[in-house]
Design a protein around this ligand. Sequence first.
Ligand SMILES: *Cc1c(COP(=O)(O)O)cnc(C)c1O
Length: 295
Amino acid sequence: MEYINSRIDSINFENHQVFIKRDDLLSKEFSGNKARKFYYFLNNDFKDIKKIISFGSPQANSLYSLSVLSKIKNVKLDFYVSHIASFLKENPQGNYKEALKNGANIIEIQKDDLTSQEYVEKKIIKDEKDFVYIEEGGRVKEAEYGIKILAHEINTWIKENRKENLKVYLPSGTGTTALFLQKHLEVEVLTSPCVGDENYLKKQFLQLNSDETKHPTIIKTKKKYHFGKLYKEFYEIHLELLSQTNIEFDLLYDSLGWLTLIASKYFQENEILYIHQGGILGNESMINRYKNKYL
Ligand SMILES: *Cc1c(COP(=O)(O)O)cnc(C)c1O
């Protein structure tokens, strides 16, 4: 599959110029953060592989991206989830709906004391063969391969445009993308946690690289947020971004990302390149939930 270097736009938000790396536009089916993280698997031979095994939320962006990957590679996808809400089962939408269309087997784990990860690792993959196992959200070392390519695209743009003082910002989940970007970028990477707090994010970085001097800079969020919960200010900044920039950003990561970025000193003091990591398909169900709650 042809891989296209995503473009960089200049936008204005809250009277500041910001550059946006448009990974949301990478390609029609395989785009955003998970496309970068799974690019290694896309680009490598699946000769004896018959199945991809993963786990996570039935609404996850990784579920959709893995379903695309399995379709392209002509292998099965078994994706384990702890629970599928009956509303979602009856009204499939977003990542869940599209993954089903791509033939994903979304398997609800029978009630058990184990976490999804423990269940898959202790009870499933032992009895399987010829599979690729991908941890939740693509927290795998193979992710470095595609993220390095992203870093090189940005390094080239920085040189061509003489932006050596610029800082790169992206919101983090597992922190895998931010960490590998910092490893391969020539400028400072800023990030903030969207899942858990800054201590959780630091631990994630340490698992991938014990050298703290190579870690991205963490900007703390103003308060504690729970991943996936609805916050009025998330919906408001999402709409504000849409009207000021004409770009749709994701509601789970980007809303908190932008709130945290614009409240930081970096937004005042530095030129910023913001990485749009896709995830727009997941907005459908979130927007329905926001409309039900606030309208
Ligand atoms: C998965 C995802 C993230 C988080 O990426 P990590 O590498 O886990 O930090 C951020 N934004 C979007 C849209 C994602 O899908």
